[in-house]
Ligand binder design. Structure first.
Ligand code: GTP
Ligand code: SPV
Ligand code: MN
Length: 597
């Protein structure tokens, strides 16, 4: 019997190599058993890495605080390391593989001394499905292990697949000393390898998520002719029992999680809608034998934004996170429960804030700014299966058929509440020119508008021009391609107030989208695409002045002309690589805007 629980030589040799480099005191293989999980939780509590929460009100829940310098993905420290710089494209940070390995090796050297290294075999997608991919993460963080157990299918069943010599992505992570100056998130798509060091936060370290399922997977998907996308997947069951599935790409903290489990609003004329949540962040989609697009969610958990989550905005999530949940960077209340800004109930009179300091409402810092109880990017990790709207098709190897693809972002001005692209090619133009205001999910200037094509700007593992090419080509391969839409829940009036109430009211818009897919409703032709006729959106039970609706759908020519300039600048950076079709679409849009049709 070998001293390893696997015969996979590639895996054992790699583990040995990493042990030599990082010098952990011990190596533990994660088997996915409840006993091992409990042991890890106990150790994490003893070490002060987790705070156990009120066992009656929040059974199986813990609080974790990350280093205050480490509370969001660090895009400027994230690199795509292809041999040729051109293959990473103009939107990715690039380092040569040789330089990147060298630089990171220095930081990894001895970084696990005094700690245990965990070997986590995990599957993205149902174990054994031909659409799934396997990864193995080596990490010195128990927090990472416990999160990966929620977010992925991890443990012995995956090791069995590896025994059958399935290939896997090598994912190496070490907290090292959490020094921002020694933090790197490196992707080596040509080696199917990820190295992350110096961080302990979410997308930087749960390597199955953004690193594998988007950056590495998008690289593989282009070669294998499928899609790895930053999209939610949801089913909309109509009262007659027909379920239409849609996939929607919104940038980080722009409403994917909320929409994926939305409850139908009161008052809709058609009663009896039901929503099925398949995924809230990542979709892997491929063309199946029927010529249409099918999607799986590779994950098994939600890593959701806490602030703003309450029984009004997202009752399904409030239900989901009552047990077996890891909270990160939220406020701790004296009774051992947690709170964040706009949570349910009263604002607590006191508590311990996300940085571990005593907190009271209204406290201000030296500059007079209000001190928040929870970090704006505080999150919870929680199993999808606990969600009341969890789809019964989550474990089905083929996933679900997609009728519509929806793009969207935060635009205070410009983009109407919803519009439909004229056809696939125009839809790719709409997706490729998406833009959004920056949120707390990434470091950088909040509120600044940036182009975020298909919500993949920080997640595309190769040259984005090639990515657009891939989207255009895939359209030609499908017998019945999904229809493409764009939504904007975030348009504001002149006083900076949201014009659209959002959240569950968004289903009114999805209703129109689904009806369009079924050819059951007409639309108005505008220069930017099809918009609903005023009477075709069911607004019963919602008091929305006609004027507001007009503002929500207003297409301002001057702003669109300015937008065209921004698009032009964005496209130009791709030089000759940008597919000609997108320039054609650009010219057509320009003409339509000028022509005033
Ligand atoms: P990531 O997990 O970062 O990829 O984000 P996400 O796209 O899943 O975003 P999420 O659903 O967590 O929403 C982020 C923020 O947007 C939260 O503060 C929500 O309260 C807010 N939000 C979500 N939906 C709506 C909406 O329809 N209208 C408005 N005004 N805000 C919304
Ligand atoms: C996002 O930022 O889009 C997230 C959170 O979903 S993280 O996993 O940290 O990337
Ligand atoms: Mn996300």
């Amino acid at each position: 019997m070998s001293r390893y629980p696997t015969h996979n030589k590639k895996l054992t040799e790699w583990v040995e190599k990493v042990v030599k480099l990082c010098q952990p005191d011990d190596v533990v293989w994660v088997d996915g058993s409840p006993e091992q999980k409990e042991k890890l939780e106990k150790e994490a509590v003893t070490a002060g890495e987790l705070i156990p929460l009120n066992t009656e009100k929040l059974p199986g829940c813990f609080l974790h605080r990350t280093n205050p310098n480490d509370v969001a993905r660090t895009e400027h420290l994230t690199f795509i390391c292809t041999r040729k710089k051109h293959d990473a494209g103009p939107n990715n940070n690039w380092m040569s593989p040789r330089a990147a390995y060298k630089k990171a090796r220095e930081i990894f050297k001895g970084s696990m001394k005094g700690r245990t290294m965990y070997v986590i075999p995990f599957s993205m997608g149902p174990v054994g499905s031909e659409f799934s991919k396997i990864g193995v993460e080596l990490t010195d963080s128990r927090y990472v292990v416990l999160n990966m157990l929620i977010m992925t299918r991890a443990g012995s069943s995956v090791l069995e697949m590896l025994n059958k010599d399935w290939d896997f992505t090598k994912c190496l992570h070490s907290l090292a000393d959490l020094d921002v100056n020694r933090r790197l998130i490196l992707h080596f798509p040509e080696d199917n390898t990820i190295w992350s060091v110096g961080s302990g936060y979410g997308g930087n370290v749960l390597l199955g998520k953004k690193c594998l399922s988007l950056r590495i997977a998008s690289f593989i998907a282009r070669k294998e002719k499928w899609f790895a996308e930053h999209m939610l997947i949801m089913g909309i069951e109509e009262p007659n029992g027909r379920i239409r599935y849609i996939a929607a790409a919104f940038p980080s903290a722009c409403g994917k999680t909320n929409l994926a489990m939305v409850l139908p609003p009161e008052g809709l004329k058609k009663k009896g809608y039901r929503i099925w949540t398949v995924g809230d962040d990542i979709a892997w989609m491929r063309i199946d034998s029927d010529g249409s697009l099918w999607a799986i969610n590779p994950e098994t958990g939600f890593f959701g934004v806490a602030p703003g989550t309450n029984s009004h905005t997202n009752p399904n999530m409030v239900e989901t996170i009552k047990k077996n949940t890891i909270y990160t960077n939220v406020l701790l209340k004296p009774d051992g429960t947690v709170w964040w800004e706009q949570a349910d109930g009263e604002i607590p009179a006191r508590g311990i804030d996300w940085q571990g300091r005593p907190w009271k409402p209204g406290m201000v810092d030296g500059n007079g700014n209000v001190i928040l109880g929870a970090n704006p990017n505080s999150r919870f990790t929680t199993p999808i299966m606990q969600c009341p709207s969890a789809s019964y098709r989550l474990e089905q190897h083929h996933g679900v058929p997609i009728s519509a693809i929806v793009f969207g972002g935060r635009r205070q001005h410009l983009a109407p509440l919803v519009y439909e692209a004229f056809d696939w090619q125009h839809g790719i133009f709409v997706g490729s020119t998406m833009a959004s205001e920056r949120t707390a999910a990434q470091y950088g200037k909040q509120g600044e508008v940036r182009r975020d094509p298909m919500a993949m700007l920080p997640f595309c593992g190769y040259n984005m021009a090639m990515y657009f090419r891939h989207w255009l080509d895939m359209g030609k391969k499908m017998k019945s391609a999904p229809r493409i839409f764009h939504v904007n829940w975030f348009r504001m009036d002149e006083h900076g107030k949201f014009l659209w109430p959002g959240y569950r009211e968004n289903l009114r818009i999805l209703e129109w989208i689904v009806d369009r897919c079924d050819n059951e409703v007409d639309a108005e032709n505008t220069p930017i695409g099809y918009i609903p006729r005023p009477d075709d959106i069911d607004l019963t039970g919602l008091s929305l002045p006609a004027q507001t609706l007009e503002k929500l759908f207003h297409i301002d020519k001057k702003s669109w002309s300015e937008e065209l300039e921004g698009i032009n600048r964005f496209f130009k950076q791709f030089k000759k690589d940008l597919p000609q079709e997108l320039w054609q679409e650009y010219e057509s849009l320009k003409e339509r805007i000028r022509g005033g049709k």
